[in-house]
Design a binder for this molecule. Structure first.
Ligand code: FAD
Ligand code: SF4
Ligand code: SF4
Length: 832
């Protein structure tokens, strides 16, 4: 029988035991583990959670029975003090000797304590073990302030913990910026703004000369002769691999520490392996758990003589947790040594900074940085790792689609089967889907325990959830479509709850029916529900709107905004045309006629928007709602006024309809058109609701759209008079608004509606549910409170100030360049 001995029962040592036992039975391989810490292996990644409930058991990776069941001999609280490579034995600190055939060094690392005089004083701590945290909690309860030495990933996590202990918290960083290894200058600044707004004070460019205090720390002296008075200090200045045993037994060690290994994790002694934070592979120490788990797998396989799997280095993508500020960096965040094009979006006052680096041909994602909003992290990481193709405008990956088309980039369903979803556990999309289908799994929790996906750092959970829903759906199972983890209700249920309980704000709804703080899914969805029901000013809920709604304008390539005044029915007077021309000229805006028969003005800076709109409103224009999930345009042909085929006055009817439904908020944008005869010059059958003149009145078509997946509208009712036509549209739209999921166009909604068009006809025309009058009443109430949002902003100094507050940066941003083309300003092409 082969004797395998493991030194170190940390995260990676434990994972190694698990992986080896899976492929080697106790009859063939004995496993003996020595751990210096006095407890079972625990989840160090989530160590900071210990502050909130002080429950060490919750962090434990496996109970004692697991070791028994798997016949793994565990010696906790035993330090291995000697290693005799000739005799192939290890010796504990209390002189017990054990033999090995193969030895695994999973000794991890210890916090690096810089050689500053005074680090041995009372009140100085490190942040690595449960015992460290116990000591910090106990000391912290007696003092008022704390400093963290080190503004890296772990230092910031420690700082948040100090803040949560109720201490006045400082971060002292030697470098000129926070997280210098993961973030560029601008990203660090954005992060600093957000962290300072939490109440943590940041001190950059500070070299600590001495720790002040008589036996007990009472401050820090810096090399620039300044000082900081604090009561305690947590040192988080990096890690040093624990390679002392390797040194003592003449194994090869790197010049800056770490046990040198080959691609099978073998050290300079082929019977000794090093894994986790103690291992140095190609001059690199991997201070993250995912590469450690990968190394554990490689070593377990190699011990059994399998050489197919090798360690090939690992991506150092990370997402900072717990600090209350989203921060992530992935792939090559700086691209200092490779040709690339960066695309940068920055919103300084909001603390948002996003950067993606593209290959020179713009086809591949090489890496990036996200601060302030890291929602896209998982998908960007997958896009990069799997070399997925990018959308036609790759900036949409960080800006979101313009024009309100919802999410961009590839969805989880388009990832290849071999895409690694959970990098901590190395679980692929294929493996997750297979266990859902074959194991008949019915909850995300079951997927987690069955596949282990999401049990490491937990960063992949949104994707695992998406995959779960997608797979259930493909199996024909019903998925209760809750809005997100903060609301256990569907959009439709929330709609009813808001209405029945007369709820007027997001916070009120969250208080009564939700949990947590909300997210980027539920906030805009609730904003849309509130707007649909109460039709109040969208700007009053601005903090929960998506960017387009927040600034009542679509953000465009280059970070500027577009201005789109309403031109009902596409009819416009020469005077109004002149005003548009004058405004465009004055603010140097690019003008273009749209497919919806109006004029887009592109290239406005955020702070210019209220001034531009003031001039337009003065001339009688209103908001065109091009930014909102609401009615866009009602296109019309010239109809019977001018056209010799025209049966009715399509322009007048289009005007009436556009003016009726303008500003109506809905799950997605709405488009409409009116044609004066069957020749259909206004293309009404490609709209959400389209009207075509007949000899006897109007035919009403619904649920069509153009766009990426065109769908013809279907006939809802024929030969209607004006009044009936409007009544049916009222019912149809209100029924859609109440029942469709967020970001669902009418066509998709109809495709999913049980009973399809026949059922819709029954509801709208035959009133089979008896709700016709109610739908009309709801519509009337909503329409009665219509106000032009831009008029409100222009005339309300408080709302207006929100735009002047967000003045775009004056600093030149190299990614935003304009050039002149055909006598107008346009964003410069990349790569030129
Ligand atoms: C607060 C905190 C937050 C973190 N957050 C993240 C994160 O979000 N994402 C991420 O990927 N990583 C994170 N990490 C890093 C992650 O925890 C480590 O990468 C991982 O724990 C490394 O596992 P390891 O087994 O190599 O080392 P360890 O977990 O340190 O285990 C090594 C064990 O070996 C023992 N040992 C050492 N020498 C001997 C000896 N001679 N005899 C017996 N036992 C010995 C040690 O006492 C220790 O218990 C975080 C770490 C900390 C401290
Ligand atoms: S079709 Fe629409 S989304 Fe696509 S490039 Fe043109 S304007 Fe943009
Ligand atoms: S749809 Fe008919 S009425 Fe309208 S412009 Fe075309 S041909 Fe004329």
């Amino acid at each position: 029988m082969k004797k395998v001995v493991v030194i170190g029962n940390g995260m990676v040592g434990y994972k190694f035991c698990e992986k080896l036992r899976k492929i080697a039975s106790p009859e063939h391989v004995s496993i003996t583990v020595f751990g210096e810490e006095p407890r079972l292996a625990y989840d160090r990644v989530h160590l900071s959670e210990y502050f909130s409930d002080k429950n060490a058991d919750k962090l434990t990776l496996a109970p004692l029975e697991w070791y028994r069941e798997n016949q793994i001999k565990l010696h906790s609280g035993k330090l291995i003090a000697h290693l005799d490579r000739t005799a192939k034995t290890v010796e504990t600190h209390d002189h017990q000797v054990f033999e090995y055939d193969q030895l695994i060094m999973a000794t991890g690392s210890s916090p690096f304590v810089p050689p500053i005089p005074g680090t041995d004083k009372k009140g100085v701590f490190v942040y690595r073990t449960i015992e460290d945290l116990d000591a910090i909690i106990s000391y912290g309860s007696k003092v008022k302030s704390a400093a963290v030495l080190g503004g890296g990933l772990l230092g910031l996590e420690a700082a948040k913990a100090m803040l949560d202990l109720g201490l006045k918290t400082h971060v002292v960083e030697f470098a000129s910026r926070l997280m210098p290894r993961q973030l560029d200058e601008a990203a660090s600044k954005a992060l600093q703004t957000s962290i300072e707004s939490l109440g943590i004070q940041i001190h950059l460019n500070k070299s600590t000369r001495e720790i002040a205090g008589n036996g007990k720390l009472d401050g820090l002296y810096f090399a620039d002769n300044t000082q900081l008075d604090v009561d305690m200090l947590v040192i988080s200045a990096g890690i040093r691999p624990r390679d002392e045993l390797a040194h003592l037994s003449d194994l090869e060690v790197g010049p800056r520490g770490g046990i040198v290994t080959n691609e099978f994790m073998q050290t300079s002694d082929p019977d000794i392996y090093a894994i986790g934070e103690a291992a140095l592979y190609q001059n690199m120490i991997y201070g993250l758990v995912a590469p450690g788990y990968d190394m554990a797998e490689v070593a377990a396989q190699h011990i059994l003589g399998r050489e197919e799997k090798t360690f090939m280095g690992s991506d150092m993508s990370t997402k900072l947790k717990l600090i209350g500020v989203d921060v992530a960096s992935f792939g090559d965040p700086f691209c200092e040594n490779q040709a690339h094009y960066p695309i940068v979006f920055e919103h300084k006052s909001k603390g948002i900074y996003k950067r993606i680096n593209l290959s020179p041909d713009g086809k591949l994602l090489l890496g990036g940085i996200l601060v302030g909003d890291a929602e896209a992290y998982n998908m960007l990481l997958q896009t990069m790792q799997n070399g997925l193709s990018l959308p036609p405008d790759p900036e949409d990956l960080i800006l979101g689609a313009r024009g309100g088309e919802g999410s961009v980039g590839q969805g989880v369903e388009n990832l290849p089967e071999q895409a690694q979803i959970c990098s901590c556990e190395g679980i692929t999309k294929g493996a997750i889907c297979q266990s859902i289908t074959e194991g008949n799994l019915n909850s995300v929790q079951e997927v987690k325990s069955c596949t282990k996906a999401g049990t490491g750092c937990g960063g992949c959970m949104p994707m695992v959830t998406d995959l779960f829903h997608h797979t259930l759906k493909s199996m024909g199972k019903r998925v209760k479509k809750t809005l997100c983890e903060h609301f256990d209700y569907s959009r439709q249920e929330l709609f009813d709850l808001v209405k029945i309980n007369a709820i007027k704000s997001y916070d009120e709804l969250l208080d009564k029916y939700g949990k947590g703080d909300g997210c980027e899914i539920c906030k805009p969805a609730v904003a849309s529900i509130l707007a649909s029901i109460w039709n109040e000013l969208i700007t009053e809920q601005d903090t929960i709107q998506d960017t387009n709604d927040r600034f009542l304008a679509n953000i465009q390539k280059g970070g500027t905004y577009s201005v789109v005044p309403r031109v009902p029915g596409g009819e416009i007077t020469p005077d109004k045309l002149i005003v548009i021309g004058q405004v465009a000229k004055k603010y140097d805006l690019y003008t273009k006629i749209t497919g919806g028969q109006r004029i887009d003005l592109f290239g406005a800076h955020l702070h210019q928007l209220p001034d531009i709109w003031e001039e337009l409103i003065e001339a009688g224009f209103e908001s065109g709602h091009a930014y909102g999930k609401s009615l866009r345009t009602v296109k019309s042909c010239v109809g019977s006024s001018w056209c010799r085929y025209g049966l009715h006055d399509s322009v007048s009817f289009a005007l009436e309809i556009e003016n009726r439904y303008k500003g109506l908020r809905s799950p997605h944008k709405l488009k409409s058109a009116v044609s004066g005869c069957i020749r259909e010059c206004a293309e009404a059958q490609s709209k959400d609701f389209g009207i075509i003149a007949t000899e006897k009145g109007w035919n009403l078509f619904v649920c069509g759209n153009g766009g990426a997946k065109p769908q013809h509208a279907q006939l809802l009712a024929s030969d209607l008079d004006n009044e009936s036509c409007i009544r049916y549209i009222d019912r149809f739209l209100m029924f859609y608004i109440k029942t469709a999921e967020p970001l669902t166009r009418t066509s998709t909604w109809l495709n999913k509606l049980e009973g399809g068009m026949e059922y819709l006809k029954d509801v709208v025309v035959n009133d089979c549910l008896g709700i016709g009058a109610q739908l009309e009443e709801d519509m009337k109430r909503t329409l009665n409170v219509y106000k032009c949002e831009w008029k409100e902003v222009v005339n309300n100094p408080e709302l207006r100030a929100k735009f002047t507050h967000f003045i775009n940066s004056d600093e030149p941003d190299e990614s935003i360049r304009f050039e002149r083309r055909r006598e107008q300003k346009v964003p410069a092409e990349w790569g030129k």
